[in-house]
Every structure is written in structure tokens, then in C-alpha cells.
Design a protein around this ligand. Structure first.
Ligand code: PEP
Length: 257
């Protein structure tokens, strides 16, 4: 039996301004109980412009909800107009930062090398990366989902030492399932999540492989989460669209009930 605490994280994408963010986190805080927080680590990933408001609420009310950003710069400071550094996120007490989300890879051309640099930047500032990996439809139809995803894992973790890698969260998100309503079957999710854990054992050791939390992401809802979470190598979910409805997100957090 694994001792990994499940992590359910809501990726708000480019939704909710800072006032809406406060209302949303207040709803979550009102609904989530200590029992929920004891069973599952709950995190939200709002847009950058919301983080200060979320921090104020979480700090002020001593909430157990964690928060983080959806991206960060590979650089720590300097002439990088429009970018946000890990140092800035750490100052806002972010716990997590998503790195290499398929929408960043697709719309911003992020490569595995850039993802690797961002993972290292996150660790320089004490942030836990939620490393997003996963194959597109063509790769899946060709049956190459495992090789494709493991190559992304290898690239992202290049020269990342074991003491850092053991704390990473990896989100397996088949691109064809993101925002499409097409959810991977629990067996599909397990196939790739299990392969990721086996690769961590090869790259590092069994201890690292056992420690790392691997999430599934792709059209997760309250109606499909339990079957996915029942898989041996799935330790949580990265939830996009469904997390914008606070009641639905709470139901997802309570998948075990
Ligand atoms: C995501 O954005 O990481 C995601 C999984 O989105 P959705 O749940 O909407 O498919």
C-alpha cells in the first residue's frame, strides 16, 4: 500500500479575475472539511494576477488549501518582459507550479529543454513542479503513448538530482482528453502512469519512484474520478474545466466517499 497522499489540483487556466478568485476560494474553504484535507491535498492554480488575493485569503483564514502558478520563467530575474520568476512565486508562498502544460507546449512552443530549465528554476526557489506530460491523438492512435510520454519525462528530469526529483508531481495528461470531454479509460491512465513510475525507478531508484505522486488529467469530473483514482499508480488528478465549479471540484475531492 502506498503512503502517497493524493493531490487534487484545479488548473483554472485563463479564467476568474482576482475578485472571482476570492469568491471561488471562499466557496471551497466553506465546503472543505478537515476530513477532506486529511484525506487529500487540495490545490488551486489560478492565473498570476489572482495569486496575491488567494495568498491573502489563505494566510488570513489559515486555510489548508494550497495554491500555485500555471507557469514560471526559466530565469530568476532580468530583462524578460512579461515573465514571472520562481522567486516572485516563492515570495507569494506558492507551493506548486505547473510546468510544460500541453497548452504551453502547443501555443507557446515549449520544448522539453525549456521544460527542464523551468523544473530547475522551480527547485531553485523551493516550488514543487507539477510536470505535465502526455501524448497527442496521432501518437495515441499509433500506439506510441508510453514511449512519447517517457521521452518527455526524461527530458524534463535531465540533471535533476534524486533529492529534488522525489518531490516532483507528474501529471499524465493525454492531450486528446484535455477539455474534450473524452476521458482516458482507467486502464489507459494506469498503463502510462505505471510506465512513468517504472521509468523513475530506472532514472533514480525505487525510493524515488515510490515517493513521486503521479496525477491523471483530462476531462476529470465527479462521475469518472473514482475509477481513475482506483488505479495503483494514479495519485491524484489535475482538473481543468470541472474545477471552475466549486461544488463540482469539492465532489471530485470527495471521490473516495
Ligand atoms: C488541464 O487543463 O490540465 C485539464 C486536464 O483540463 P480538462 O480537465 O478541462 O480536460
Amino acid at each position: 500500500m502506498s503512503t502517497r497522499t493524493p493531490l487534487i489540483a484545479g488548473n483554472w487556466k485563463m479564467n476568474l479575475n482576482h475578485l472571482e478568485a476570492i469568491a471561488h476560494v471562499q466557496k471551497l474553504a466553506f465546503a472543505l472539511t478537515d476530513k477532506d484535507h486529511d484525506a487529500v491535498e487540495v490545490a488551486v492554480l489560478p492565473p498570476f494576477t489572482d495569486l496575491r488575493s488567494v495568498q491573502t485569503l489563505v494566510d488570513g483564514d489559515k486555510l489548508r488549501i494550497k495554491y500555485g502558478a500555471q507557469d514560471l520563467s526559466a530565469h530568476d530575474s532580468g530583462a524578460y518582459t512579461g515573465e514571472i520568476s520562481g522567486a516572485m512565486l516563492a515570495k507569494l508562498k506558492c507551493a506548486f507550479v505547473a510546468i510544460g502544460h500541453s497548452e504551453r507546449r502547443q501555443y507557446h512552443g515549449e520544448t522539453d529543454e525549456q521544460v527542464n530549465a523551468k523544473v530547475k528554476a522551480a527547485y531553485r526557489h523551493g516550488l514543487t513542479p507539477i510536470l505535465c506530460v502526455g501524448e497527442g491523438l496521432e501518437v495515441r492512435e499509433a500506439g506510441n503513448q508510453v514511449a512519447h510520454t517517457l521521452a518527455q519525462v526524461d527530458g524534463a528530469l535531465k540533471d535533476v538530482p534524486a533529492d529534488q526529483a522525489r518531490t516532483i508531481v507528474i501529471a499524465y495528461e493525454p492531450v486528446w482528453a484535455i477539455g474534450t470531454g473524452k476521458v482516458a479509460t482507467p486502464e489507459d491512465a494506469q498503463e502510462v502512469c505505471g510506465a512513468i513510475r517504472a521509468r523513475l525507478a530506472e532514472l533514480y531508484d525505487a525510493g524515488v519512484a515510490d515517493a513521486v505522486r503521479i496525477q491523471y488529467g483530462g476531462s476529470v469530473k465527479s462521475g469518472n474520478i473514482a475509477a481513475i483514482m482506483a488505479q495503483a499508480d494514479v495519485d491524484g488528478a489535475l482538473v481543468g474545466g470541472a474545477c471552475l465549479d466549486a461544488d463540482e471540484f469539492v465532489k471530485i475531492v470527495r471521490y473516495g466517499e
